[in-house]
Design a protein around this ligand. Structure first.
Ligand SMILES: [Zn+2]
Length: 327
């Protein structure tokens, strides 16, 4: 995975914010506790003073009896523990509550990046991807089922709204069960029915949970695969090794024998490696076979869970109602 310097700096800032937040929260908690029990504050202040004296002794900055100081320290410690117990608290109640207890929000453990830091990098990399900004508003919450007609559609025996409700349910289940052993989805249907919205909602949720999500428009992805093949670009592993690859708008690219073969081998490899993929396309399964190859089409149709997107073009309808309302 290519980690750009700005992403690293953004992840460092995020860690710093988390640490500050944990420390501020501790300060507020401690202040409240001291107000409630001033004795605790006195004990802690005395203990801090004793520790400073012990340090000064160790550094030969003054003379004194270290054993007596240590004994006093231990006695205070016992009193403090008893007092906390009386208050129904534990020592951990006076420690910062870090978002990640493993690295205490430093992002590193023994000089190596912590899993929370890598997760933050992946989320930032998704958000800062060329598509990320455009996709940020496309969440499950903003996916509006009311935009789909509730009149039954002859082809499905259900209303578009009911079909889309099922799709939304499958999408949420896909996220909840992730990583799900390479479960992959095929979104098929005409433009403007919410395929991009639903796939980016899935991508956004998983990226926020720290999974490595790569979102690619089919033409960009296939162009890059071709450029790598002909030595015009450096190979990138992201689309092969990411946890979820989203290939949007398959069929909008210029289809060649090479692009079909390259896509087939990428998708096949991801299936073998149990890595999930979401492909969205305006083509119906029969058109996929015609446009690409039988092999690719049957892989997509039989090994992917197919979700049909039905209804009216919601973007077109929005545009029309804007024009009608004079907006
Ligand atoms: Zn961590």
């Amino acid at each position: 995975m290519i980690v750009r310097k700005e992403l690293q700096q953004a992840a460092d800032r995020l860690m710093e914010q988390r640490r500050q937040q944990a420390e501020e929260e501790l300060r507020a908690r401690r202040d409240g506790l001291y107000r409630h029990c001033p004795k605790l504050k006195d004990l802690e202040q005395e203990q801090a003073g004793l520790l400073a004296e012990l340090t000064a002794l160790a550094l030969h900055k003054r003379s004194g009896d270290p054993a007596a100081l240590r004994a006093r320290c231990a006695a205070i410690d016992r009193q403090r523990t008893a007092l906390l117990e009386e208050l129904g608290l534990q020592a951990s109640d006076l420690s910062p509550r870090y978002a990640c207890p493993i690295c205490q929000d430093t992002g590193f453990v023994e000089g190596r990046p912590c899993s929370c830091y890598l997760a933050a990098l992946r989320r930032l990399s998704y958000e800062h991807s060329p598509m990320g900004a455009a996709l940020r508003d496309q969440t499950f919450e903003t996916f509006d089922l009311a935009r789909y007609s509730d009149r039954p559609d002859d082809r499905f025996g259900l209303s578009p709204r009911r079909v889309m409700e099922k799709n939304l349910h499958i999408a949420k289940d896909f996220v909840a069960s992730f990583p799900n052993g390479g479960r992959s989805l095929l979104f098929t249907g005409p433009s403007g029915l919410g395929k991009t919205h639903l796939s980016s909602a899935i991508g956004g949720e998983l990226a926020a949970r720290g999974f490595h999500v790569v979102y690619e428009m089919a033409p960009t992805l296939l162009q890059r695969l071709e450029d790598v093949k002909f030595g015009r670009a450096e190979p990138q592993d992201e689309e092969r090794i990411c946890d979820l690859l989203i290939v949007d708008d398959l069929g909008s690219e210029y289809i060649t024998a090479f692009s079909t073969a390259a896509l087939f081998s990428l998708l096949a490899e991801r299936l073998v490696q149990s890595r999930s993929t979401i492909v969205s396309t305006n083509f119906v399964p029969a058109e996929l076979e015609e446009a690409y190859s039988k092999k690719l089409a049957s892989r997509l149709c039989y090994e992917y869970e197919t979700l049909y997107f039905v209804g009216e073009d919601v973007r077109k309808r929005d545009r029309q109602s804007k024009i009608r309302d004079g907006r």
